[in-house]
Write a protein that binds this ligand. Structure first.
Ligand SMILES: Cc1cc2nc3c(=O)[nH]c(=O)nc-3n(C[C@H](O)[C@H](O)[C@H](O)COP(=O)(O)OP(=O)(O)OC[C@H]3O[C@@H](n4cnc5c(N)ncnc54)[C@H](O)[C@@H]3O)c2cc1C
Length: 341
């Protein structure tokens, strides 16, 4: 195999351009213009796991960190509690994505609509387009959270650290970016993100300087198969690498890209490792889906919650927060997350 096209230069595609260009002839394509792009994302992640993922590329993740959190306020409407943070930060995602592809053969402002558009030139085409998964078939049952996010400038920050307000089918977030800015956003399965976000804005003020938003796939990798169709292979959110309970897709998509970089020539090994690595995502997704449908029961589903807790506890470095069973119970069973609103 010689020539690879990487379609979509978000976090997964940019990482692959950087990782594979030494061994293969790689060309990257991105529909956004180089100068006019702002990844719709809260830019929150966990420092140590990002350091680990970026070390083979020679980038120091600390150079991209904008704000390091100490504790996260969880607002349940009638009450609040605080979770200790273990490396949760915001970082300059746009600069990282640009630095990953710097010096390589990448073409911005090119919207690839199908694999045929690329002709016969490539031996392999990577679909790292994220939510649209333009080059792969539609998923028969795709579950999507609608999102809206503002970048907001404050004269005085209304909240002094990370903040979330969980709801039955999503949550509101306030992620500080340092320097009097924050990403304030809302994701809601039922599409009421603007209503909730604007009511947060009325309460806390601030000047909106950017508006972004896109659907977020929470369908787990197990339900996003096949990963290969002809010469095309999916990597990242295009094949469902989002940890649905948190809406976390940066580390998950980078881990998927890392798995692919080790198995470029072996589709079966890539498929098997993705299925194995992300198998807990299906169990977490089932609980989230039941919660959204209002079918989650404390007594019946407690063992599932316990398994999610054990997985998240093992993955504390990935989550960036201290994981406690009591906090998970509070979030899952509070009035705010159980009511229909
Ligand atoms: C509002 C919001 C907030 C989020 N906040 C967080 C967070 O704080 N932390 C976290 O871990 N995750 C977060 N996520 C999830 C995370 O952003 C994604 O899961 C992750 O970026 C997926 O990486 P990816 O590279 O697979 O896809 P993407 O990052 O979506 O990149 C896909 C790229 O492909 C390009 N593209 C798409 N179609 C084409 C095409 N046809 N031709 C050429 N280029 C194309 C796009 O322009 C884009 O640059 C958030 C998501 C949303 C929507």
């Amino acid at each position: 195999m010689r020539k690879i096209a990487v379609v979509g230069l978000g976090v997964a595609g940019s990482y692959l351009v950087s990782r594979l260009s030494h061994e293969y002839e790689v060309v990257g394509f991105e529909r956004c213009d180089r100068s006019n792009c702002y990844p719709p994302c809260a830019w929150g992640t966990s420092i140590s796991e990002m350091q680990r993922l970026l070390s083979p590329i020679g980038l120091n993740f600390e150079d991209y960190v904008l704000y390091k959190g100490k504790e996260m306020c969880v607002d349940l409407g009638g009450s609040r509690f605080w979770i200790k943070l273990k490396g949760l930060c915001t970082f300059d995602k746009l600069s990282l994505e640009r630095d990953l592809v710097d010096g390589y053969d990448v073409r911005f402002g090119v919207h690839i609509k199908n694999a045929e558009q690329l002709g016969d030139e490539y031996d392999l085409i990577i679909d790292s387009t994220g939510f649209p998964r333009t080059l792969l078939p539609k998923i028969s049952k795709d579950y999507v959270i609608q999102t809206l996010e503002y970048k907001v400038k404050y004269s005085k920050m209304p909240i002094d650290d990370f903040y979330i307000k969980p709801m039955r089918a999503g949550y509101i977030w306030f992620f500080p970016l340092g320097d009097s800015y924050a990403h304030v956003g809302c994701g809601d399965y039922f599409g009421r993100q603007r209503y909730f976000l604007d009511s947060f804005m009325r309460e806390h003020g601030g000047e909106i300087v950017k508006v972004v938003g896109r659907p977020l796939r929470i369908t787990p990798p197990l339900m996003c198969q096949p990963y290969y169709v002809g010469k095309v292979v999916g990597v990242g959110e295009s094949i469902g690498t989002v940890f649905s309970v948190l809406g976390e897709g940066i580390i998950s998509s980078l881990r998927c890209a890392e798995i692919f970089s080790r198995n470029v020539e072996d589709p079966e090994a890539y498929t098997a490792e993705v299925l194995r690595k992300f198998s807990p995502y299906k169990e977490v997704f089932d609980v989230v889906a039941d919660k959204i449908r209002g079918r989650f029961s404390f007594i019946r589903d407690f063992p599932k919650l316990l398994r999610i807790f054990r997985y998240m506890k093992r993955e504390e470095e990935h989550c960036g927060v201290e994981i406690k069973m009591t906090d998970i119970i509070k979030i899952f069973f509070s009035k705010a997350t159980s009511s229909k609103r």
